[in-house]
Design a protein around this ligand. Structure first.
Ligand code: MAN
Ligand code: CA
Ligand code: CA
Length: 268
């Protein structure tokens, strides 16, 4: 081949290989050049030269096939940060956590009552003390006058005698009831009143068997829970005895309700 043609062919091949490798990896540094392509085909034979002068160069041969792809270039520089992406969908609700109970909080400060409240409290306290003194004093008057106390219950006689209905009424109007001993101590207190304040007169008790013959009940309707009958009593003598009396020894007898007996009331 003509040297000039050969040179041109080489230049063309280099240019083609260079442009191919550069356009394939735009974001990367250019790789090394590929190997040279093969020579193109020979051009047509040139005209014979005049003797002593250089002949006219033949026509340019066809472009040779491209050289092999060169080795991969180095990675390019890191690109700029992209735009922020769209927000993702809301996540599913989590399971209920199992927390430990919190500790006890600190005790709050004590509130301060206002002055008026303090005054009212002090006033009420002094009135209570005054009333307690009065109750104590009145109870002493009662006991001094012949009343008897068992527990919280106080027994007092009017000193007069009445039939059962009137005796009951007298006690109720005084805020008490016709006496009905619930135990031996109370029975003894009534017995003592009969002897000390009643001259040994028999006294009515607040129990009857008017409703059911033979079943003695309190005025509340409750069947009696304590009894101290004289031997042989109650006998419902002549079938007319539905009330009860206490005789001077503290024993009980059933007797007619229309008879007059000492009135002893109880208060609690
Ligand atoms: C006697 C006894 C009593 C009865 C009275 C009636 O003392 O029979 O049971 O109640 O007489 O007066
Ligand atoms: Ca009877
Ligand atoms: Ca009787």
């Amino acid at each position: 081949m003509n040297p000039l043609t050969n040179c041109l062919c080489i230049l063309v091949v280099v240019a083609v290989v260079f442009s191919l490798s550069y356009s394939e990896t735009p974001a990367m540094c250019p790789g090394l050049n590929g190997r040279d392509g093969r020579d193109g085909a020979n051009g047509p034979k040139g005209d014979p030269g005049v003797h002593g002068e250089p002949g006219i160069p033949g026509e340019r041969g066809n472009t040779g096939p491209p050289g092999k792809v060169g080795p991969k270039g180095n990675p390019g520089e890191k690109g700029n940060t992209g735009d922020t992406g769209l927000a993702g969908n809301k996540g599913a609700k989590g399971e209920i956590g199992v927390g430990l109970p919190g500790g006890q909080g600190q005790k709050g400060e004590k509130g301060s009552p206002d002055v008026e409240s303090i005054k009212k409290t002090v006033d009420l306290e002094s009135r209570i003390v005054s009333l307690e003194k009065k109750v104590f004093w009145l109870k002493n008057v009662l006991l001094f006058h012949g009343g008897k106390q068992v527990g919280d219950k106080v027994f007092v006689t009017t000193g007069g005698e009445e039939n059962f209905d009137n005796a009951q009424k007298t006690c109720r109007e005084a805020g008490g009831r016709l006496t009905a001993p619930r135990n031996a101590a109370e029975n003894s207190a009534i017995e003592e009143i009969i002897r000390t304040k009643g001259n040994g007169k028999k006294a009515f008790l607040g129990i009857t068997d008017s409703e059911v013959e033979g079943t003695f009940k309190y005025s509340t309707g409750q069947t009696i829970t304590f009894q101290n009958w004289n031997p042989g009593e109650p006998n419902n003598n002549k079938n007319i005895e539905d009330c009860a009396e206490m005789i001077s020894n503290g024993k009980w007898n059933d007797m007619p309700c229309n008879e007059q007996r000492l009135v002893i009331c109880e208060f609690e």
